[in-house]
Write a protein that binds this ligand. Structure first.
Ligand code: PLP
Length: 416
């Protein structure tokens, strides 16, 4: 990474068939000239979408089980969603947070109602939601103790984003090392290992941050005894529990928030990805007693909560209700799980299925990037998580027929 990757040397290469398209090649060459080389991109140029399908500039069709990394929950070219955005564009797009705007109030009401939290701060991305959540936890502890030397416990193999604060709580040495020193006072425990958390708790601990279902780290749902045990530790020590629901929230696991599947609530929750379904918006929300630690001057954003982004979030919540998305996810994910479990039975190299709802991972012993490249060739978009997990995070509107189609293409793509 960081240097120019020639087509031949990247192990992520999508082997082009004979019909190498000149136009597509030109776009890719140009992209590598003008964009920072922070990704080994798959060698296709996407052009438009319809429902659960994407089309590249050659018109080739892809069944999308990636959803722009768990973002496009409602499918592409959703007319009601698009119209809501168009209407807002014609009214006002941006106002700044020096004034009030109606879409932000409506979106915050919907988030508080769905999450059980009391107050919301809107951001432009997931990583910024994490930044805000960390600052809020620090401020809460500072108000209580009158000093600012607090520590935060995060999890190994976690992912919380790329800004310095979010990176500091991301338990991945490869991502962290070149950017040190990061923020101090962060300790890493083992996910799903309550004793490892207990061992790190001390008088300075102000927050424990974790994903309710670890995404990038390899699709690990929290075990009930773990997450409920962490909640208890927090309650006993006035430590704040920050649940990162940026990937697993917004209906992906069959409840609006993945923590609804456990007997707990966080003190602070972070959201992004499917919250805007493509329009960049994130949020952190907190219980009143925590949220009120922040006062004017403590935090801010120019774009965050702008009327266009909030109009998107509002429409997403409305469509979730109108189209009974949660019921649909519960129904269709049972089918997805059963089809994936059959693959685990059938293929020696697939060792396990992990996940919840429409956030599923297959652990494979064959090179996952090669399977993904084959799948792309065969017209299916899937992604990886960790080093050996094939990740399936489709739009939440997929049907059993789409799942059958996905399984058929995937099985073809296992032949490397
Ligand atoms: C994607 C993701 C983030 C970061 O969100 P960005 O919008 O990319 O900044 C943080 N936490 C989790 C769990 C994520 O999946």
């Amino acid at each position: 990474m960081g240097r120019r990757i020639s087509f031949a040397e990247s192990d992520f290469i999508y082997q082009k068939s004979a019909a190498w398209n000149k136009m597509e090649n030109k776009y890719i060459e140009e992209a590598e000239q003008v964009l920072l080389h922070t990704y080994n991109r798959f060698q296709i140029v996407l052009d438009k979408g319809e429902g659960v399908y994407l089309y590249d500039v050659n018109g080739k069709k892809y069944l999308d089980f990636a959803a722009g990394i768990a973002v496009f929950a409602l499918g592409y070219h959703n007319e009601k969603y698009n119209n809501a955005l168009k209407q807002q564009i014609d009214k006002v797009i941006h106002t700044s947070n020096l004034y009030y705007n109606v879409p932000a109030v409506d979106a915050a009401k919907k988030i508080t109602k769905a999450s059980g939290m009391d107050r919301v701060f809107f951001t432009n991305s997931g990583t910024e939601a994490i930044e805000g959540a960390l600052k809020l936890a620090k401020k809460y502890a500072y108000n209580r103790d009158g000093v600012a030397d607090h520590e935060i416990i995060a999890m190994k193999h976690s992912f919380h984003g790329r800004s310095i604060g979010a990176l500091s709580v991301t338990g991945n040495a490869h991502y962290q090392i070149p950017f040190q020193p990061l923020i101090s006072g962060i300790q890493f425990a083992e996910y799903n290992n309550l004793e490892s958390v207990k061992a790190l708790v001390n008088k300075k601990t102000c927050a424990i941050i974790m994903e309710t279902v670890q995404g990038e780290g390899g699709i690990y749902p929290a075990k009930p005894e773990f997450i409920e045990g962490v909640r208890k530790i927090c309650d006993e020590n006035d430590i704040l529990l920050i649940l990162d629901e940026i990937q697993c929230g917004m209906g992906r696991t069959g409840t609006m928030f993945a923590y609804e599947g456990y007997k707990i609530e966080p003190d602070i929750v972070t959201l992004a990805k499917a919250l805007g379904c493509g329009i960049p918006i994130g949020a952190f929300a907190a219980k009143e007693r925590v949220a009120d630690a922040m006062v004017p001057g403590d935090h801010g954003t120019t774009y965050g909560g702008n009327p266009l982004a909030c109009a998107a979030a509002n429409k997403v919540f409305e469509l979730f209700e109108e189209e009974h998305i949660l019921e649909h996810v519960n129904k269709v994910s049972t089918y997805l799980e059963s089809r994936l479990d059959k693959l685990v039975e059938k293929y020696e190299f697939i060792t396990e299925r992990r996940g919840k709802g429409l956030m599923q991972g297959l652990v494979v012993t064959k090179p996952v990037s090669q399977i993904i490249n084959r799948a792309i060739e065969n017209g299916l978009l899937v992604i990886s998580a960790g080093t050996d997990v094939l990740r399936l995070v489709p739009p939440l509107i997929i049907t059993e027929e789409h799942i059958d189609e996905m399984i058929e293409i995937l099985e073809k793509s296992f032949i490397l």
